[in-house]
Design a protein around this ligand. Sequence first.
Ligand code: MG
Length: 352
Amino acid sequence: MSDQHQGLVFSCPAPVANSGIIRLGHGSGGKMTTNLIERVFLPLIGNDILNLLDDSALVTVQGTTLAITTDSYVVSPIFFPGGDIGSLAVHGTINDLAMRGAKPLYLSASFILEEGLSIEDLTRVTASVRQACLDAKVQLVAADTKVVNRGAADKLFITTSGIGIIETSLAPAANRAQVGDCILVSGDIGRHGIAVMSCREGLDLETAILSDSFPLNDIVQAILTNTSSVHCFRDITRGGLASVLNELASASKVGIEVEEEAIPVHPEVRGVCELLGLDPLYVACEGRLVAIVAPGDADLTLSIMKKQLGAEGSAMIGRIVSDHPGRVILRSRVGGNRILDKLSGEQLPRIC
Ligand code: MG
């Protein structure tokens, strides 16, 4: 449908989710991504381990349990306030290993370069990869480079894979949330998405919002060492907190209730979200996790988290309930309840 009024064209595009070609929304981490995974990937390459769709896969090799994961990074721009594509690629892969309780050990990285990228920018990104590995105490032990024609990629894409070792018997996994468990978040949400977006849009902010990109392995190790009943971890990335909560609710077949008032959002992030018409609950982080823990251990876990670098702003935000399995309900500030659904379409493309 379209209508012309005083030279302006208003259009109401038809839904494109099932149009037969890939759209940006297929990379959102929301409903369209789930649809793609279920319709294309799992029927062809799925197996008992991949089908779990956890942050990393657990495999046993000669009696030793290892976690393994892989991720591609296509963020635009490649440099943003608080990080760049290099540190992001290391943090993201480390975090997916840590979410299964693994201690990250080794990474590999594949660099896809667009003809025309400056050697200076590549050097800066590579130095950032090095520093992020040093900070997180992991070694990058395998790498590859490919160059494609101008226009066949956008400056630089990086794919990182990682291996970690499981040294805990707690076995956190997305399908282990139980009714009565408490839901904790390791800090304020949405900084990464807003940092990238404000840079991309050229927003002139009073205080620059820095990305929250950060390795979560030390926070996870502190929880695993000092508590005994963490059931799930998940890092909040594409699709934001709302998408992560939906994934956990459906994997564990439980209901989730969260209090809007308890979810930490920095006022500047909230302000930019209002300006751009975004909901902070769906904006990406790259250094925040959700932990689901037994109620008896919740206060202890929260106090341990608050002492960790990068998790000082941790908060308890809700509970696992027996009602409405698979659904997430937000109890709003003004008293009403609303369903927090998975993201449909794409809010912020190429955010990670
Ligand atoms: Mg993850």
